[in-house]
Write a protein that binds this ligand. Structure first.
Ligand SMILES: [Zn+2]
Length: 135
């Protein structure tokens, strides 16, 4: 691992730590862990409880939980779903590498700005538009 890689992981680490709690919870409910391109992918929990987490998540069918990214942790409904959404969620990983823990505030700020302008706070969020462009 190069120094620049270490710094990217270190800079995103506070967000990654935030993601480890729901990831551990998911594992307690039967989820399994894979590592893809240096990202921890957690999926397959047999519980609906994690669906409450909405931030930076990919939604379909009226807000149904599908996947969410915290730093270098991606939590999804199934590994099949994560295979399908990898380009999108890994773009969020790169956003965390750029913004670090500031990403939470930046993401919410972008949602608030879109809402203020009468647009959709999720779909029109600049980070979501960027992630969709990466698909
Ligand atoms: Zn997204």
């Amino acid at each position: 691992m190069m120094l620049s890689d270490c710094l990217r992981y270190l800079w995103a680490a506070p967000a990654t730590v935030v993601g480890l709690a729901p990831a551990a919870l998911a594992c307690a409910f039967g989820a399994t862990v894979r590592v893809t391109d240096g990202v921890l992918e957690v999926a397959g929990a047999r519980s609906d409880r994690l669906r409450r987490f909405g931030r930076s998540s990919r939604r379909r069918g009226g807000g149904r939980f599908v996947a969410i990214t915290f730093g270098h942790v991606v939590i999804g409904q199934s590994h099949a779903v994560l295979d399908e959404l990898r380009a999108h969620e890994h773009e969020h990983v790169r956003q965390y590498e750029r913004w670090g823990v500031l990403f939470f505030a930046a993401y919410l700020g972008s949602s608030a700005a879109q809402w203020w302008c009468g647009r959709d706070p999720y779909r029109d969020n600049r980070f979501e538009r960027q992630a969709r462009a990466a698909e």
